[in-house]
Design a protein. Structure first.
Length: 205
């Protein structure tokens, strides 16, 4: 069974991906992870991707497709789950040419909830502990090591609004794309991770 996980930033795709990987024994292919792998290994395709990222540019579809294609070739005898790909209709159309997709799970969460989830995240630069500001009890220090908790640039309100706009314009149309193929299953992402995974299991069996 080959799966795609869809959902806006902050919807909980990473959390659910980990659980799906463990429970269903599928290979988790995260585009973020494979980009970083190729850049660390300084492969030809990794260096090409880095050249765009260093300029603050989006990595072109053809480069992303090459990197994903390599990962799919490496896992051709395994079931896989794609997380963070495809991001637009063009990528989805090209993906259909090289891989069979069985089910697409869209984790649906209201945008006001996403804003609160992401903008409220705080992380410790020393030990890596991450939590929501609501769990800090008004304190600004890390409960693990006492360092000052920080908000990442990616979690600031203006950045989050921009990310959600990009998602709405580029990625959200994939919902209708896969619905037309009869492969889309929507899961309510407003609950706890356990509640969401229970819904995911109903879809995957």
């Amino acid at each position: 069974m080959n799966i795609i996980l869809l959902g806006a930033p902050g919807a909980g795709k990473g959390t659910q991906a980990t659980r799906i990987e463990e429970h269903y024994n599928v290979r988790h292919i995260s585009t973020g992870d494979i980009f970083r792998h190729h850049m660390r290994q300084q492969t030809e395709i990794g260096q090409l991707a880095r050249s765009y990222i260093k300029k603050g540019l989006l990595v072109p579809d053809e480069v992303t497709l090459r990197i994903v294609g390599i990962a799919l070739e490496e896992s051709k005898n395994e079931n896989f789950m794609l997380d963070g790909f495809p991001r637009n209709i063009n990528q989805a159309t090209e993906l259909d040419k090289i891989a069979r997709i069985d089910k697409v799970i869209n984790i649906a969460v209201d945008f006001d909830v996403l804003m609160n989830r992401i903008c409220g995240r705080r992380n410790c630069p020393e030990c890596g502990y991450t939590t929501h500001v609501s769990q800090l009890g008004g304190e600004g220090t890390c409960p693990k090591c006492g360092s000052e908790m920080q908000q990442r640039m990616d979690d600031r309100e203006d950045t989050v609004k921009s990310r959600l706009t990009v998602y709405t314009e580029q990625t959200a149309p994939l919902i209708e794309f896969y619905k037309a193929q009869g492969k889309l299953f929507e899961v309510d992402g407003m609950g706890t991770p356990d509640e969401v995974f229970a819904e995911v299991r109903k879809v995957l069996g």
